[in-house]
Design a protein around this ligand. Structure first.
Ligand code: KIV
Ligand code: ZN
Length: 504
């Protein structure tokens, strides 16, 4: 059986999903869970791009046992930054990239092919002098001239790259063409077969997983992917689909990964919850319909023998049907065990803070489910790093009056409390306008507002998700409460905190 390495880039390429910004504590929780999942390497960020990315790569390097990779453009400054951030990693890898397609060279880099080749030689050699392992990626490889691509890869191999990654940056290729490209490079670049050959596919045509698998059949030995397929535009190849396709059909692929598949569902739900990106019901492997059977014929078959209509065991991906619920009589011990079971590793202070919130909610709800607990923990993690904290709010609204809000937010950096009031078209609009006044965020536009119940029943927690945009990007926020106005204010403050952090 060939061993295929899995590099997870949820925290780097996955975070490029519009609206998704993981805080440092989110990233650490996800990285620890990815380590438990058994990925070979975590691409933890792009240290030269922001202080936040630098800090995340440094913190994750300290926390996990698997390899940690950091992205760098082909410049000395980026490489130095990546090397510094990876200083404490047990198995550090610097990932140097530069585009090789004529389109990117002419319009983005304004560079000739010869200049790009020189950058590759210099930057890979320099990265190799700063780090024991180096990965090189010719960005937009699938739209690059093949002969030139082979020259670029050869330069990287000669300069000492250990891993060569072939990105389908814009999700343009198709399985037969991508497999052919992998074979072409293996046949035409001397020394490449001694290196790790990696693939990185985007999903613009819905082919990212198929392209990755065909590349493996053609000789690639490492796949870059993200949990739930997060990523730019239509996302990256989805980790859970790749891993399960290789596992279920290892009779055909002759290949498998070291992933502990029983951790898949937990990882997927954690990433969905912390990113705020819901999993489609019909998403392969992890969607909530993936093991549901509607038709009578199918149900009958399943009752006789599950394999009639199921190609994998739900237990194999960690689906635990015995969903025990906690309630107001549950103690701290049962609660902290559940937190661990959901994949989180909160410290004592985190358990105390969230346990108090759990008790508050349990006193209003009959049963507190895993989804409720994830919402409580996420809210706690979100709150750890936000600049503003909600002190108090009051709303007045009615059918014959303009809604008015009075909100006090504490600036946790200076400890000052700011109070403002503002009118609005309704209570939520008034509250958001007031928060904008406090945070000087009048230029921010509310793009979307979604309210849904976390679980079923009249006593369900309401979860509000908002998306705001401004000239420095888009930011999502999430808030949970049994009171929808409170949930809305929490969600908005959460998004404003991310916007404030990105402004620097
Ligand atoms: O899609 C891409 O080309 C990338 C590179 C940085 C590897 O993400
Ligand atoms: Zn990418």
């Amino acid at each position: 059986m060939r061993h295929i390495e899995i590099l997870d880039t949820t925290l780097r390429d996955g975070e490029q999903t519009p609206g998704v910004r993981f805080s440092l504590s989110h990233k650490i929780e996800i990285a620890k869970q990815l380590d438990r999942l058994g990925v070979d390497c975590i691409e933890a960020g792009f240290p030269a791009s922001s202080n936040g990315d630098f800090d995340a790569v440094a913190a994750i390097s300290r926390e996990v046992g698997c390899a940690v990779q950091a992205l760098a453009r082909a410049t000395k400054n980026d490489i130095d930054c990546a090397a510094e951030a990876l200083k404490e990693a047990k198995h550090p890898i610097i990932h140097v990239f530069i585009a090789t397609s004529d389109l990117h060279l002419e319009y983005k880099l304004k560079m000739t092919r010869e200049e790009a080749l020189d950058h590759i030689s210099e930057s890979v050699a320099y990265a190799k002098s700063r780090c024991e392992r180096v990965q090189f990626s010719p960005e937009d490889a699938t739209r690059s001239d093949r002969e030139f691509l082979a020259k670029a890869v050869k330069r990287a191999v000669d300069a000492g790259a250990d891993i060569i990654n072939i990105p389908d940056t814009v999700g343009y290729t198709v399985p037969s063409e991508y497999a052919d490209l992998v074979r072409y490079l293996l046949d035409n670049v001397e020394g490449l077969s001694d290196k790790v050959l990696c693939v990185h596919c985007h999903n613009d045509l819905g082919l990212a997983v198929a392209n990755s698998l065909c590349a493996v059949a053609a000789g690639a030995t490492r796949i870059e992917c993200t949990v739930n397929g997060l990523g730019e535009r239509a996302g990256n190849a989805s980790l859970e689909e790749i891993v399960m396709a290789l596992r279920v059909r290892r009779d055909i692929t002759g290949a498998d990964t070291a992933i502990n598949t029983k951790e898949i569902l937990r990882t997927s739900r954690m990433v969905s919850s912390l990113s705020g990106v819901d999993i489609a019901l019909n998403k392969p492997v992890v969607g909530s319909n993936a093991f549901s059977h509607e038709s009578g014929i199918h149900q009958h078959g399943i009752m006789e023998n599950r394999r009639t209509y199921e190609i994998m065991d739900p237990e194999e991906i960690g689906l635990d049907k015995s969903t025990l619920v906690l309630g107001k009589l549950s103690g701290r011990h049962a609660y902290s065990e559940r937190i661990e079971k959901l994949g989180y590793s909160l410290d004592g202070a985190g358990i105390d803070a969230t346990f108090n919130r759990f008790k508050e909610i349990a006193s209003k709800k009959v049963a507190v489910t895993d989804s409720d607990i994830r919402a409580i923990v996420n809210e706690y993690l979100d709150g750890l790093e936000g600049k503003y904290w909600i002190e108090t709010f009051q709303i007045q609204s009615g059918n014959h009056m303009k809604a008015m809000a009075l909100v006090s937010l504490k600036d946790r950096v200076t400890d000052r409390v700011f109070t403002e009031s503002a009118p609005g078209e309704g209570p939520i609009d008034a509250a958001f306008n007031t928060i904008n006044r406090i945070a000087n965020a009048e230029s921010v536009v509310l793009e979307s507002y979604d309210l849904k119940a976390v679980t079923e029943g009249a006593d369900a927690l309401g979860e509000v998700k908002v998306k705001i945009t401004s000239n420095n990007g888009s930011f999502t926020g999430r808030g949970v409460s049994t009171d929808v106005i409170k949930a809305s204010i929490k969600a908005y403050v959460n998004a404003i905190n991310k916007w404030t952090r990105a402004k620097g």
